[in-house]
Design a protein around this ligand. Structure first.
Ligand code: PGA
Length: 233
């Protein structure tokens, strides 16, 4: 049975009280074999959520980072600070970072290079095959046996719209990416799908060829829906 990943991206949608209440509920979810569950709260509350989920089966990850080390970067968050808190993975290059915060492909790829060389794992989001920097990944992922990279295909038009990509489309893109990863001897890199995943479509998506998991936004902020996705496996 292949290992599956369910990653909840809470974005900036929950205040502190609601984030804590959700974490208190999801800490009761027990992990099934071959299932990895992660949530990415807003950075402001990440320490609170880490404490609540410390003894649980749910891993807490970051939504983003700016730099590698401490320095004069007002408003920034660095990898060293995340590591200090006990965070071991971050999302990178979400389409909202690209479109709403004007992060360019170059900036995101440079952050990818930084994180691949660090001790943090990363979930790199892309919305088209051409956005995956295969050469950069190959050149910076030195030890293929320790996979610290996950890719997440998230077509922008499917994010938060209720319009999920068809299974045929998801499989087509994932297979194209997986084939190229294989040419680079990176076939162990998992590929998640994200874009309006919910308990009604998650089973079909998660059982599709070359889909290793889902990156879930809206539905991951509602306990019943997150549980529904977990139980759809
Ligand atoms: P959505 O968001 O599930 O609300 O479409 C997915 C994402 O942005 O990662």
């Amino acid at each position: 049975m292949k290992k599956l990943h369910i990653v909840g991206n809470w974005k900036m949608t929950l205040n502190k009280e609601d984030s804590i209440a959700l974490a208190e509920k999801i800490k009761t979810i027990s992990k099934k074999d071959n299932l990895n569950i992660e949530v990415a709260p807003t950075s402001l509350y990440i320490n609170d959520i880490l404490k609540i989920l410390k003894e649980s089966d749910i891993n807490v990850i970051s939504q983003n980072f700016d730099f590698e080390s401490l320095g004069s970067f007002t408003g920034g968050i660095c990898l060293d600070q995340l590591i200090e808190l006990g965070v071991s993975k971050s999302i990178l290059g979400h389409s909202e970072r690209r479109s709403k915060f004007n992060e360019s492909d170059d900036q995101i790829n440079s952050k990818l290079e930084t994180v691949l060389k660090s001790q943090l794992d990363v979930i790199f989001c892309f919305d088209s095959y051409d956005q995956v920097p295969f050469d950069l990944i190959k050149n910076n992922l030195n030890d293929n046996s320790k996979i610290k990279l996950t890719l997440a295909y998230e077509p922008t038009w499917a994010i938060g719209t209720g319009k999920t990509a068809s299974i045929d489309h998801i499989v087509e893109i994932h297979t194209k990416v997986k084939n190229t990863l294989t040419e680079y001897s990176l076939q162990n890199v998992p590929i998640l799908y994200g874009g309006s995943v919910n308990p009604s479509n998650s089973r079909d998506i998660l059982s599709s060829n070359n889909v290793d998991g889902v990156l879930v936004g809206g539905a991951s902020t509602k306990f019943d829906q997150l549980l529904g996705i977990v139980n759809s496996i």
